[in-house]
Design a protein around this ligand. Structure first.
Ligand code: PLP
Ligand code: COI
Length: 366
């Protein structure tokens, strides 16, 4: 099959669909959906599309979910040439299935691809992959409160070659995992550990790309956070400006109602954050994307200038930050109502309970 590889004149892909003959029974599925947790169970199918320098994107498939066979010399296993996305499918009261701003995830996957010297998956193929998976695994989208089907698109270098250069053979995959709350406490305030010794990203590095290496770099400091009874770790840059958490962006609410979020070329541009800030602007709040010195955070909380701090991301949605802990300090964080109001407004839109004024929802099952 010859495929056109631009975003403007794209013929849809023709996926070869192989049904999973060992798919979970409805009863087994319902048992999982009753309490899905986060990231532990997977649906019956997966999608993959191959890419090569010669053939472009080809061999689109929907197959039974299962292990991937890789050559031990596959470049991803040695040099970490990998990127991923995180996006959710939501079940509405009428049973329909929708996702949220998928064009933004598709574009971010393309930006990550550019930084990791991987091929850019056309936006249309990204969207089609979500639809193909929902077509076979739509029953896996849970309908409980705050539940969703977490979709995990990812791409990696599969060429068997130990020379260090961009791979000539790449695979794009999409898997899906039913999800409840990322944090055990749901929307209860979380505690944050300040990483003093480790950075997540540096200037000119890969911080703005959603690539596995950034998360690998966050694991040791994240373990330090757990050892100190904290839920997440916050990273600073070389100049002690606030960057982000291991897997979420951070937003500060000032007493005049302004929302401030760190702007830096080495943090991930969150789609949840962008949406929340838009909703806040719609309510008349001022929004600033700028450098935030760590001292400004601590001083702001001490003086009462900062009245709320929250984390946001696809997995975490919007979660208030209740405490900030470091090697030699413990700052309780002020609690307010805005974070939870914005969380409610956002999830109301995602679950179809409130008007989608910005046209953010895309229906996946029709
Ligand atoms: N920052 C990091 C490091 C993340 O992993 C995520 C989650 O994807 C975010 C921020 C928030 O991004 P989004 O809201 O697009 O999920
Ligand atoms: C997401 O929110 O999609 C992420 O990738 C973050 C991770 C904590 C699962």
């Amino acid at each position: 099959m010859t495929l056109i590889d631009t975003d403007t004149e794209l013929a849809p892909l023709e996926f070869a669909v192989t049904k999973n003959l060992a798919a979970k029974s409805p009863a087994q599925r319902e048992e999982i959906l009753a309490d899905p947790g986060f990231g532990t169970s997977f649906t019956d199918h997966m999608v993959d599309i191959c890419w090569s320098t010669r053939g472009g994107w080809h061999r689109p498939r929907v197959s039974p979910y299962g292990p991937i066979t890789l050559d031990p010399a596959a470049a991803v296993l040695h040099y970490g040439q990998e990127i991923f996305e995180g996006i959710k499918a939501y079940r509405h009261a009428d049973g329909s299935i929708h996702t949220f701003r998928p064009d933004q995830n598709a574009r971010r996957l393309q930006r990550s691809a550019r930084r990791l010297a991987l091929p850019e998956l056309p936006v249309a193929y990204f969207l089609q992959s979500l639809r193909e998976l929902i077509a076979v695994d739509g029953d896996w989208v849970p309908s409980g409160a705050d539940q969703s089907l977490y979709l995990r698109p990812f791409m990696f270098a599969k060429e068997a070659f130990l020379g260090v250069r961009p791979a000539h053979k790449v695979a794009y995959y999409l898997i899906a995992s039913p999800a409840g709350a990322y944090f055990k406490g749901g929307a209860k305030p979380v505690s944050i550990w300040l990483s003093e010794d480790y950075a997540r990203a540096g200037k000119g590095g890969t911080g703005a790309a959603k690539t596995g290496g950034n998360y690998a770099a966050s694991l040791l400091p994240q373990s330090e956070a757990y050892e100190n009874d904290c839920d997440q770790v916050v990273f600073l840059d070389q100049d002690r400006n606030v960057e982000e958490l291991g897997g979420m962006n951070v937003v500060f609410v000032f007493k005049d109602g302004t929302l401030v979020t760190p702007q830096s070329e080495s943090i991930l541009e969150g789609i949840t954050r962008d949406s929340i800030l838009q909703l806040a602007e719609d309510r008349g709040h001022k929004v600033e994307r700028r450098a935030v010195a760590f001292d400004e955070w601590r001083r702001g909380v001490a003086s009462g200038d900062i009245v709320e701090v929250f984390a946001c991301g696809t997995a975490a949605v919007v979660t208030p930050i209740g405490a900030l802990k470091g090697r030699d300090f413990f700052d309780e964080q002020p609690s307010g109502t805005l974070a939870l109001e914005l969380r409610e407004e956002l999830t109301d839109i995602q679950y179809g309970r409130r008007e989608d004024k910005h046209g953010w929802l895309v229906r996946l099952d029709a």
